[in-house]
Design a protein around this ligand. Structure first.
Ligand SMILES: Nc1ncnc2c1ncn2[C@@H]1O[C@H](COP(=O)(O)OP(=O)(O)OP(=O)(O)O)[C@@H](O)[C@H]1O
Ligand SMILES: [Mg+2]
Length: 247
């Protein structure tokens, strides 16, 4: 049983295994994300972070393990059906429609939202990420930092319960990252469970309530940022070499 004080998990990944040929990309990985919190997922290149997102969204079938959304097993559901149950993501490589405006990109996402799901309008999503002024600009004319916010607005317009962000701060300036952090906290504040994959460890440590560390497809550690910072195995495998962490 979950303690009465902790909100139930919106996303639960249990014992997921993914093999690519002889390569074990995910080795019994478990992770929990709660509504209203930003949950961090960090680890070296090739650790399996994006693969885990692919398993959660249904782009990659696991050989073993379970994915639960709001307590319901969605492991075998098609990606679009998971989206209708409130799962949204952004991609490590930006995937915007360059010839469409910012508003059109976000409106498209709002229009594919399941009819029964409440969600915010494209306008509200743009407002939440602070992009209203750029609504009529073509997506391919945006600097990377702003384009990443459009991706976020697009995900928000689908009315998610669980939001997976794959390196959303990459290509952002320090000022943009700071702004982005405020947006993330506002998004979580709306009761969304946010999972953040990010190499900017400072951003993760300052924003997340729980952090999971993946290394060679395994969860090396999970805990609060303080616990992770002090974990010898994590320091050795990742933090010692991670950008943005003072020696
Ligand atoms: N479709 C695939 N076929 C074969 N191998 C794959 C496939 N997708 C990922 N891999 C391998 O699985 C491992 C995990 O990759 P993944 O992209 O999940 O890592 P990551 O933690 O997201 O890394 P990065 O921080 O560089 O984005 C890597 O060794 C990668 O080469
Ligand atoms: Mg990745």
């Amino acid at each position: 049983m979950t303690a009465a004080t902790a909100p139930a998990a919106a996303l639960e990944v249990r014992d997921v295994v993914v093999r690519f040929g002889g390569h074990l990309a995910l080795d019994r990985v478990s992770l929990t994300a709660r509504p209203g919190e930003v949950t961090g997922l960090i680890g070296p290149n090739g650790a399996g972070k994006t693969t885990l997102f692919n398993v959660v969204t249904g782009l990659q079938a696991p050989q073993r393990g379970t994915v639960l959304l709001d307590g319901r097993d969605v492991t075998r559901l098609a990606p679009y059906r998971r989206a209708r149950r409130g799962l949204a993501r952004t991609f490590q490589r930006l995937e915007l429609f360059g010839l469409l405006t910012v508003a059109e990109n976000v409106e498209l996402a709002a229009s594919v939202r399941g009819r029964r799901r409440p969600g915010r309008s494209a306008d509200e999503a743009l407002e939440l990420v602070g992009l209203r002024d750029l609504a009529d600009v073509r997506a391919d004319e945006l600097p990377t930092g702003k384009a990443r916010l459009v991706e976020l607005a697009r995900a928000l317009a689908t009315g998610p319960r669980v939001l997976l962000l794959d390196e959303p701060a990459s290509g952002q300036s320090e000022a943009e990252t700071e702004e982005f952090r405020e947006v993330l906290l506002a998004v979580a504040g709306e009761g969304i469970a946010v999972v953040l994959v990010e190499h900017d460890v400072q951003l993760v440590m300052r924003t997340c309530s729980q952090v999971h560390v993946l290394d060679f497809g395994r969860v090396l550690a999970a805990g609060t940022p303080e616990e992770i910072r002090g974990n010898e195995a994590v320091i050795e495998a990742y933090l010692g070499a991670a950008p943005g962490v003072p020696a």
